[in-house]
Every structure is written in C-alpha cells, then in structure tokens.
Design a protein around this ligand. Sequence first.
Ligand code: DQA
Length: 147
Amino acid sequence: LNILVIHGPNLNLLGQRETNIYGSTTLGQINDLLEREAQSLDVSVSTIQSNSEGELVDAIQSCLGKYQGSILNAAAYTHTSVAIRDAIAAVSLPTVEVHLSNIYRRESFRHHSYIAPVVLGQISGFGARSYLLGLHALVGYLKDSNL
Ligand code: DQA
C-alpha cells in the first residue's frame, strides 16, 4: 500500500509556529515518525507540503493510479477551499482529514470544514499523534477492504 501524506499552508513552520497550539515537533520530525510507523505497518508513505492551494489540488489529483489513500492536513484551506474538497471528491480515494489542534475548541471560523463531508473520517486535537492515528485508521480501512 502506498499512502500520500499532504501538509497544507504554514505547516512548514511547525516547531516554531504558535507552539502553544501546535507543539514543538517540526514537520521533518512528523514525517520521520510517519515513515517509522509506516514501516511497522508494512506500508509506504510519501509526504508533500505546499503553501499554495493549487499545488495541493495537484497533489490530490496526482494520487490517482499511484496511491491507495491519503492523509490530509489542509490547514487553513480546510475552512475555505471548495477546490480542495472537489479534488478529494473527484479522485474518490479514501482520505483521512487530520489536524494537530482540536479545531472545535478554537475560534468559530475553524469549526467548519469544507473537507469533512468528502473524507473517510477526521482526527483532530492530538498534536503530531493525529497523523499517526490517521495512518493507522487509513491502513486498517484499506486492509479491511482488501485493496
Ligand atoms: C490546523 C488547524 C487549522 O485551523 C489551521 O489553520 C492550521 C492547522 C491544525 O493542524 O490544527 O494551520 O489544520
């Protein structure tokens, strides 16, 4: 199984950005943790980060034929992007939405996700661990459906 992990805007600054909210783990460390977890689950992960909405749409489209599922932290685009939602719906591959912070206990503009209705499920609030939980959930789902 090949899984693409997609990180959205400002997540390249993890480790220095609002550490009281997002923690001190850097994006590189999160990617290392994901790779290690993937090995133990006997799957392979690739990772990509972009600050631009169009590149995230391209990344989602690029999954077709290459990846069996994806883990997506669309960051602020979660709350604004119909284009990213439509890309997920278009490729129709299982996607797990993850957030480091619990978006429901923050400002009200973060309470709505355009992406939530088109994903397999959402994990929010467990810091870097949200990604690992997302990976486990996705791999479990894919193995169950025998893909
Ligand atoms: C985030 C939550 C978003 O509201 C925010 O814009 C982010 C990160 C998270 O992982 O907690 O940039 O997706």
